[in-house]
Every structure is written in C-alpha cells, then in structure tokens.
Design a protein around this ligand. Structure first.
Ligand SMILES: *[C@@H]1O[C@H](CO)[C@@H](O)[C@H](O)[C@H]1NC(C)=O
Ligand SMILES: *[C@@H]1O[C@H](CO)[C@@H](O)[C@H](O)[C@H]1NC(C)=O
Ligand SMILES: *[C@@H]1O[C@H](CO)[C@@H](O)[C@H](O)[C@H]1NC(C)=O
Ligand SMILES: *[C@@H]1O[C@H](CO)[C@@H](O)[C@H](O)[C@H]1NC(C)=O
Ligand SMILES: *[C@@H]1O[C@H](CO)[C@@H](O)[C@H](O)[C@H]1NC(C)=O
Length: 433
C-alpha cells in the first residue's frame, strides 16, 4: 500500500515536472544555443515538439518533429539518410543562419539546412503548424523565411504544407515514403505534382505512376471525386496554378483539430484524424483502396468502374477491345482501339460521358479562359485531338483541356462526383452502341 502510494506520488511529481518543462520549453534557437539529445524544442502554441528520437526498435538517432500529444507520430525528419550512431548529436544554428546537426563525439556535420541568403540576426523557430523555420530577426516580413522544413516534406502531408513546384526556383516539394517503419530514409513511393500538361497529382513507385489523384477541376482533384460534392466542414483544399507556382494544399477549419496524411512504406496514403476522446489516431480514409485507382488498369480508350471491390473495364463507345481474347479473360491492360477511323477534316463529333475522372493529363494541353464551344472547335480542328473537357466545372464550366492520342486511366464514378468528358469519334459512330 505504502509502495503504491509513493509510486503515485512519484508519478504526480513526474507529471508536474513534465508540465513545468513544457511550459518553459524553448520554441526558438539562436546561434548561441543548441539542442542536445534528450532536449526538445516546443512549438509556440505547444502542438509540436522537435528533438532526437529512434524509430521503432532502431538504435539510430534522428532529429524529428512530432505531436506533443502523440510522440510516436513523427511528421518530419531532418537527417533521414544520415542517422546518428550515438546520443552525442547537437542541433545548432550557425551565425549565417544555417541549421546544422553535428556529432559532438567526432565533431562532424551530419546534416544541414540550406539557404541562398545570409541573415543579419538569424533564429530558428518551431511554428505551431509543425513547420521548422529559419528566419532573420531583422526582417520585417515575418513570412520571408530563409529556410523551412515544409519545403522538404517527408512522408507526412500536414495542413498548409504544399505539394508542388516553385516554378521560379525549381523547388519540387513532394512526399516520399519511409523505407520501413524503422528507417525514415526515402522509400520507393512518392506523391508529387506532374505539370507536363494540365498539372495532376500522382502517386509514383520509383519512376512509374501507380495512381493519379488527378487534375484540379476548380472544386477538387478529379480522381478523388466521389463524395466530395458537399463542402467539407472540417477541411478545405486549395490548388494554385500560376506563373510562379503550382501546388496543392489543404487546411483545417478548426486549428485545435489535428489530421495528418501519411504515405506509408507500402505506398498507401492514409489520412488520420486525431480523436480527442480516445487520444488516438483513427484511420479515416486510404488512397489506393479501390482497384480502379491502379493506374491504367483498363488500358487505353477504356474506362474503369467498380462495384464494391471488383473493378470492371469497358471500352469507350465507338471502341472495341484490342485483343478480345485477352479482354474476355480479364486481361485489360491492352485496352481498346477505334472501331471507325476519325474522318479528321470534317465528319467527327463528340460522345459525352458524365461523372468521369479525367484521363491522364501528362500530354494534354490547356487554356484557362476558353469556352467549351471554342474548346470543341479547337479539338475538331486538330487531327490528333481525341477528347476535350472543361478545365473548371464551377459556374457552368470554363476553360479547356485537350487530349491527344491515347486516353488512359479514365474512371466512371457511380456514387457522384466526376465531370463531363467529350470523346471524339467518327460521326458514323454516333447513335450506335
Ligand atoms: C561536447 O563534448 C565535450 C567532450 O565530451 C563536452 O565537454 C561538451 O560539453 C560537449 N558539448 C555539448 C554542447 O554538449
Ligand atoms: C541546397 O541548395 C542547393 C542550391 O540552392 C540545391 O541544389 C540543393 O539541392 C539544396 N540541398 C538541400 C538538401 O536542400
Ligand atoms: C540586426 O539586429 C541586431 C539586433 O537586433 C543588430 O545588432 C544588427 O546590427 C542588425 N543587423 C542588420 C544587418 O541589420
Ligand atoms: C474546435 O475543436 C475543438 C476540439 O474538438 C472543439 O472543442 C471546439 O469547439 C472546436 N471549435 C470550433 C469553433 O468548432
Ligand atoms: C495538333 O496538336 C498537337 C499537340 O498540341 C500539335 O503538336 C500540332 O501542331 C497540332 N496540329 C495542328 C494542325 O494544329
């Protein structure tokens, strides 16, 4: 009994110590300070913590950022590829404003941040968004960072983080999976923005496309169409496309709600909201849950629809299986071919498909202001144009996307979402089935 009581007294004491240390924790480091293994930096509002950790059973030490309330949920790692072998690591800020992680035992630099500018009065701060920034205390614009961890995402996509390109500097911000739950080094999978045609968000395995979240239609990413017609009360998404930047981001409407999107080592994207009642993360949705999300499952000129878990491929109207033997045995990846060649000069028309995930846009062409009529006219005027659609579906539709040659990775949504796609066929195909 006595032992139990003193155990609890001890626990209470520990808790109060923890609280005191949290209350007095640093959120900023200057060149005269450093963070040692065992010490942490706590964000200004207390949501995130930065320090040294070892993932799982690994003995390697890494510098990372995690949730104060959930220390296992690491959201960012500095020295992903250069783990420390002992606990003599020191995180410092140089007089020039560069964060360096060094090993005191050997005095070698293991990792460093990067900046093209030199600060007069550098400091590094962990913001309450989970962003670790280096800024110049003499700078009047507080958002003009010399460096920020949000520019170098790891496997976690946090609110207000950007996935996409700074077209001026060429910075490509993308998510990359960990090698394993015990090794945060970049694994095989990534989620990145492809802006070769109309920009689209891709899940890649190495250099191969695994799945497409797709292009932005003004309201949502076309591949994530189902169930997103209603405005989401919890989170909002934004897509920015201009001369300087192309990126996707999301935000949470309530700052005291946490949600993280993690690309796991197997290449599955998982969204976890934090549940206050149970103080745990609960899996809310996964990306790549549905077989129709596998890139180009149905091959060219074919569309995928799914009933429950079984995908079904169907040739677009006016197209027939390239190899009907393979097609009938469920081998779909050769896709379909045109039954009647296009007339090209005149005598072609469009078949309208509704509720569609637009095809791969990597070789598409787009214009933000053209009307649908102009768009269709432009398509009919170019022999290699095979389909067109509105770029933005808001307010009755605007803008133009044109596809040339193959149409791949089309999906039909049965539960709502998606948009109209106009597929070019020879006029003689209209009215046939
Ligand atoms: C680095 O190591 C030396 C020698 O062990 C020790 O005296 C010093 O306090 C260490 N520096 C820091 C910042 O911990
Ligand atoms: C550091 O910056 C240089 C040039 O600005 C860039 O090439 C390099 O990839 C950057 N390294 C890291 C780790 O960000
Ligand atoms: C920056 O501010 C510090 C003090 O806040 C001052 O001593 C220093 O001269 C300033 N440096 C520049 C480059 O303005
Ligand atoms: C924000 O979320 C917290 C925690 O769930 C809740 O207590 C609070 O009422 C919410 N605030 C708003 C404005 O919805
Ligand atoms: C048709 O479009 C393709 C792809 O944009 C382009 O290379 C080609 O020049 C166009 N042809 C004509 C006749 O406009």
């Amino acid at each position: 009994m006595q032992a139990l009581r003193s155990f609890f007294t001890c626990l209470l004491f520990l808790f109060s110590l923890l609280r005191i240390s949290a209350a007095t924790a640093l959120s900023t480091i200057t060149p005269s300070q450093c963070i040692r293994d065992g010490e942490t930096l706590v964000s200004v509002g207390g949501s995130y913590e930065l320090g040294f950790f070892s993932p799982g059973k690994s003995k390697s030490r890494y510098v990372g950022i995690w949730y104060t309330d959930s220390t296992d949920a690491v959201v960012w790692v500095a020295n992903r590829e250069t783990p420390l072998g002992d606990s003599s690591g020191l995180l410092k800020l140089t007089e020039q404003g560069v964060l360096v992680l060094l090993l005191n035992s050997s005095n070698s630099i293991v990792w460093s941040s990067n900046s093209s500018r030199i600060a007069g009065n550098p400091m590094s701060q962990l913001l309450d968004s989970g962003n670790l920034v280096v800024l110049d205390g003499n700078e009047t614009n507080p958002d003009n960072f010399l460096w920020q961890s949000f520019d170098y995402p790891c496997h976690t996509f946090l609110p207000k983080m950007k996935i996409g390109w700074d077209l001026v500097t060429g910075l490509d911000r993308y998510l990359s999976s960990w090698k394993s739950t015990e090794d945060p080094a970049p694994g095989e999978f990534s989620i990145r923005m492809d802006y070769r045609g109309l920009p689209q968000l891709l899940l890649m395995k190495g250099a191969k496309i695994q799945a497409r979240a797709g292009s932005w239609n003004g309201l949502y990413l076309t591949g994530l169409g189902y169930g997103v017609r209603e405005p989401n009360p919890i989170s909002g998404t934004e897509f920015v496309l201009n001369k300087e930047e192309v990126y996707f981001e999301y935000s949470l409407r309530n700052m005291s709600v946490f949600s993280r999107f993690v690309l796991n080592p197997l290449g599955v994207g998982e969204r976890f909201p934090w549940v206050y009642q149970t103080r745990s993360w609960e899996l809310a949705s996964t990306f790549l849950a549905d077989r129709c999300e596998s890139y180009a499952l149905c091959g060219p000129f074919s569309s995928c629809s799914s009933n429950g878990n079984s995908p079904k491929c169907a040739c677009l109207k006016g197209f027939v299986p390239k190899s009907s033997k393979d097609w009938n045995s469920g081998y779909w990846s050769d896709g379909c071919v045109r039954r009647t060649p296009l007339a090209c000069s005149d005598g072609d028309d469009f078949i309208t498909y509704s509720g569609i995930k637009l095809p791969d846009t990597s070789t598409s062409w787009f214009d933000k202001s053209m009307s649908l009529k102009e768009c269709k006219g432009l398509c009919l005027g170019n022999c290699s144009c095979t389909a067109c659609a509105n770029l933005d579906i808001r307010d009755g539709g605007s803008g133009c996307v044109l596809w040339f040659d193959n149409l791949t990775d089309i999906r039909e949504f049965t539960l709502g979402g998606g948009q109209d796609l106009y597929i070019r066929v020879a006029a003689s195909e209209l009215g046939t089935s």
